[in-house]
Structures are given as structure tokens and as C-alpha cells.
Design a protein. Sequence first.
Length: 267
Amino acid sequence: MRLLNPGPRQLAYTLDGPAGAPVVMFSNSLGTRLSSWEAQAEALSGRFRVLRYDSRGHGMSGLFGVDEPGRRGEGYTLAQLGGDVLDLLDALDIETVDFCGISMGGLTGLWLAIHAEHRLRRLVVANSAARIGSAGAWTERAELVLVEGMASVAAGAAGRWFTPDFIARAPATVARLIEGLRTCERRGYAACCLALAEADLRSEIAAITVPTLLMAGAQDPVTTVEHGRMMHEHISGASYVELPASHLSNIEAETAFNRHLLRFLDS
């Protein structure tokens, strides 16, 4: 684990793989850490440099100045989440990457493809949407965790993130991820909720020209296949696949996820 700008505005990241190889950057979903990409890092690190990071307010990354999100109008923005990616790339002197994001990370990738397309070679958007949920729902969730803590959100997360079959056959994996959510810094989580409350790229994604792969979970109740198909219709030349998984498809369907990812990176 390395830290960019140690202190309240630090970004925690790892960079592994052979020097000089193309860089693939992974961006997490809300409430998870860079460790959620272990299966992808293992599959890619022999041929690619793998760059993972904790989103602001998550894991070892800093809170970036938020105190009580929502109480005084404080929260992150999607532009700030995208700006963190650009700051990290600049600090590491990396000009371009293949970017893969899931859920909130996928929305971050869409923002980058619209506002900083010259930094992306390819874009993979998994289990995401140009607009995730509603502003009211995200604001309510931010208020909930600030008042009651993360346990209230963690209690129902397994059913949102995974199918019943995966929960039954991989209880240790599910428990580890739920524990990570439960111990997530509530202010950082809430501030990201407020970023999602305002994020709406539906009128902008048609401008994306970066080669794009869209992956949806066939049983995802959060960002549904309809969301994936909508993006597919509006992003010219994008590829689209559906995986046998719920919301965290890179974990539940890691073999299929990695196969499609590698095929796209090699295209």
C-alpha cells in the first residue's frame, strides 16, 4: 500500500506488474476497498501494470475535509472523484490507462471518458449506470449512516451485492466484504452518497468515443440490465455483456468477468 499526499487528502493505492507494461486502473464500488479487485489483479499482473486505489473517504484514503456531510451541505462530487484519478495518474507520471470501474467506479469512468478522454485507452463499466438511483434515496442514505452508523446499511448489503446462491456457497467472502462495509468511515461513505445523488450523465454519454465495454449483472437489483442496455444504445461502438451475478460481478462471477475483461483489453 502506498500513499499519495499523506494526510487528510491522501489517496491509498497499489501499483503492481512489470515495468513498462500497459496500465490497467481499477475503481471501486461504494463501500468497498481496493482489495475487492484481488482476482482481477492476479489475472492481469503478469502482462499489465495493475493500479488500484481506495476512493476518497474509503479504506486508507483520506476524508478530504468533509466533517458532517449533508449537515452543512458538505459532500463530494463526481468531478472530484474523477479528479482524484487524474491527480493520481499525474503523480505517477502515467499518461494513459485502461480504466475499469464498478458501480460508483463505473460512473467515475464515464465521467473521465466525457471530460478527460485523452487519458483513457479503453473503458470498462461494470454494474453501473449513467444515473444510479435517485437523489432523494442517496440523501436519505447519507443521513441514515450519519445518524445510525454503517451497521444499518451493512445489514442489508449482502442481498444487494450478491445472489442467494453465491451467499450460500461463499459465506466467508461475503462476510469479509460486509465487514469492510460495516467498518467503512461513515462520513466518507455519506459524502460519496451525496456525490451519487447529484451525478447524472444520461445526457452526456452519447459523446463518449473511447472504446467501451459494458458489463451488467443479470440479477443485479441496483444497476439493472436495463441500465446497461440504455448505455449500450447511447455509447457508439460499445460492447455489452451480461454476467451471471448480482451487483459485485467481478467477485461473484470472477471467471467470466476476467475472461471478458482480458478479451477486451487484447482487442
